[in-house]
Every structure is written in structure tokens, then in C-alpha cells.
Design a binder for this molecule. Structure first.
Ligand SMILES: Nc1nc2c(ncn2[C@@H]2O[C@H](COP(=O)(O)OP(=O)(O)OP(=O)(O)O)[C@@H](O)[C@H]2O)c(=O)[nH]1
Ligand SMILES: [Mg+2]
Length: 212
């Protein structure tokens, strides 16, 4: 699985939540890349399948850096194809660990605009297409909209408000996701909202790809 997102959007926090990996430390800016693995055991009838999902955590303060890292990685290891792509964005700007974190009744339109600006159609094309034959290789694509815990009050309208704000980005990804399952999850790595749903989708895709 390939996980990409602007600096501070919550990549390392998400990895920590889905792998419970102690090396994923959100307060430290991620090193260029590191592969974590998640081993999930599923018992089906008598047989036990172990499905392993490798996760690459890319550091990025902007999309250019993220894409460069990804291309470098592809050149190092051409067989390293991710089956799932997670693009993580957030609805509030990153804060330093010393800031008092306050929730808000409105999402940060500046931060949303930054994600939409950085994840242009060209930038997405660069991560979503294989350069040699220009088709999408992912089986599962997720836009994970993070930090929903900071939006107070959280009610039935909140999720729709967040999705509406990201509509231009959702439309671009949807257009580029033909042949893959595309899901938008509004959640929080802090209080686990949406994380289980994401994990289920990842495991399902991994099982299907394994022919199980
Ligand atoms: N309130 C809240 N804070 C979050 C959430 N996810 C991440 N954070 C905080 O946001 C900051 C950045 O999270 P990281 O996981 O380090 O983000 P990153 O994308 O790995 O950042 P870089 O490695 O710098 O690119 C940290 O202080 C996290 O604790 C969330 O769902 N809710
Ligand atoms: Mg990080």
C-alpha cells in the first residue's frame, strides 16, 4: 500500500493506528521512507491465511517532494507495485506539539484549498499512473480525510460538509480511479474514526488479489 499526503496531514499517525508499530512516531517528521508491515491473521474454516500489507510512509511538505520520493523508490525497486493507494488530507492545518489544540465549528478552508491546489490533476496523474503504460495499477484507492475529531459538534451533516469541501479533489480522483474501488473516508487517526473501515477495505483487497 502506498500512503501519501502533505506534511502534517497524519500519515505516520495512520500507520501507527493500523499497524500498532512503535517505530511510527508522529511527532518526528518521517525519514525519507521506511517500510512497515502489518500482519493480520484471518481464520477461515480450518485454514489460516496470513495477509501481509507493506506500507510505505513518505515524508512530504509538498506534493513535488512526495512524488520525487515515490519515483525514486519505483526506480530502485521496479517490482514494488502497491495494490492500494491512500491519499491522506486533513481539515485543519498542522500544529506544533506545544500548541494548545482547539477544536472548531468550521473546517480550515485555507488548509482544504492547499490540499486541492497541491493535489492537482497532474500531481495525481504522476502517482496514479505507471509511467510505461499509463494505466492505474491500484485495486483500491482511498481518500482519507483526517482530523474529524477536531470538528465540533460532529453530527450527521458534518461528514457531508467535509466531503463537499473536498469535492474538486474527489472528482479528480474518481475520474482517475476507473477499474479500482474508490472510497472516501472522513475520519480521525486520533479517535480511530474510519480507521477500521479502511483496514477492512485494505484486507479485503489483499485477499482478492491473493485469489482468496
Ligand atoms: N486532532 C488530531 N490530530 C492529529 C490527527 N492525526 C494526526 N494528528 C496530529 O497531527 C500532527 C501531524 O501528524 P503526523 O502523523 O506526524 O503527520 P505526517 O503526515 O506523518 O507528517 P510528516 O511526517 O511531517 O509529513 C501530529 O501532531 C499528530 O498528533 C487526528 O486525527 N486528529
Ligand atoms: Mg510522518
Amino acid at each position: 500500500m502506498l500512503l501519501i499526503g502533505l506534511g502534517g496531514s497524519g500519515k505516520t499517525s495512520l500507520i501507527q493506528k493500523i499497524t500498532a508499530h512503535p517505530d511510527a512516531e508522529p511527532r518526528i517528521k518521517s525519514a525519507d521512507f521506511k517500510t512497515y508491515s502489518l500482519v493480520h491473521e484471518i481464520t477461515k474454516e480450518e485454514e489460516q491465511h496470513v495477509c501481509r500489507i507493506d506500507i510505505d510512509d513518505y515524508r512530504g511538505q509538498n506534493v513535488g517532494q512526495v512524488i520525487k520520493k515515490w519515483i525514486d523508490r519505483k526506480l530502485i525497486d521496479e517490482d514494488h507495485y502497491a495494490q492500494s493507494l491512500i491519499i491522506i488530507v486533513d481539515i485543519f492545518s498542522p500544529f506544533s506539539p506545544t500548541d494548545t489544540i482547539s477544536s472548531s465549528a468550521v473546517i480550515s478552508s485555507d488548509r482544504v484549498a492547499q490540499h486541492i491546489h497541491e493535489w492537482s490533476d497532474n500531481a495525481l496523474g504522476a502517482v496514479m499512473e505507471v509511467s510505461s503504460n499509463s494505466h492505474v495499477i491500484y485495486k483500491y484507492i482511498c481518500l482519507f480525510i483526517n482530523k474529524s475529531d477536531l470538528l465540533i459538534p460532529w453530527n450527521t451533516d458534518s461528514e457531508q460538509i467535509v466531503k463537499d469541501a473536498f469535492k474538486p479533489l474527489i472528482d479528480i480522483i474518481a475520474r482517475r480511479s476507473a477499474g479500482a474501488l474508490f472510497e472516501v473516508i472522513v475520519g480521525s487517526t486520533l479517535n480511530d474514526t474510519g480507521v477500521v473501515r479502511l483496514l477492512h477495505s485494505l484486507i479485503k483487497r489483499a485477499e482478492i488479489s491473493d485469489g482468496k
